[in-house]
Design a binder for this molecule. Structure first.
Ligand code: 4NP
Length: 155
């Protein structure tokens, strides 16, 4: 059984698709499975935002085949780790948890870089184009640390 990691944001079209693509690229296939979801339902079935696709492509990653989906309660049981992009995602996901085991699976992704500081990955949806580059750099740094930690823990 692979170790399963879920990346969560609001729309599942900007930040979490990037996080999914970046983390998956840093982990050996087969042993780990990375997916993403949104707390909102607007973009179910859609490809990631074109700006996320372009930013990933610039960095050598193809995320264009991902499809948006909404976070659901069963994800707490399906996944071993759940990483949220910001504090709103954190409270929205925690509201759906029914026990401590489920709550303890949920972590803010930037706490990988800044432990216990609870820093948000800013939502780039309504912002300037370089917001996507900033988000990419933050997620790349966090996922590098996370990947090393996961590989060490599960080898
Ligand atoms: P994401 O960005 O949570 O990083 O995917 C958003 C995308 C769409 C919306 C909000 C945030 N929206 O309101 O449609």
């Amino acid at each position: 059984m692979p170790v399963k990691i879920l990346m969560v944001c609001l729309g599942n079209i900007c930040r979490s698709p990037l996080a999914e693509g970046i983390l998956a690229s840093k982990l050996p296939k087969g042993k780990f499975l990375v997916d993403s979801a949104g707390t909102g339902s607007w973009h179910i079935g859609r490809a990631p935002d074109n700006r996320s696709i372009a930013t990933a492509k610039k960095n050598g990653l193809n995320i264009s085949n991902q499809k948006g989906r909404q976070f659901k309660r069963s994800d707490f049981d399906t996944f071993d780790y759940i990483f949220v992009m910001d504090n709103n995602n954190y409270s929205d996901v925690l509201d759906l948890a029914t026990n401590e085991l489920q709550k303890n699976k949920v972590q803010l992704i930037l706490n990988e870089i800044f432990p216990d500081e609870n820093v948000d990955v800013p939502d780039p949806y309504y912002g300037l184009a370089n917001g996507f580059d900033m988000v990419y750099q933050m997620l790349d740094e966090a996922c590098e640390i996370l990947a090393q930690r996961l590989i060490a823990k599960h080898s």
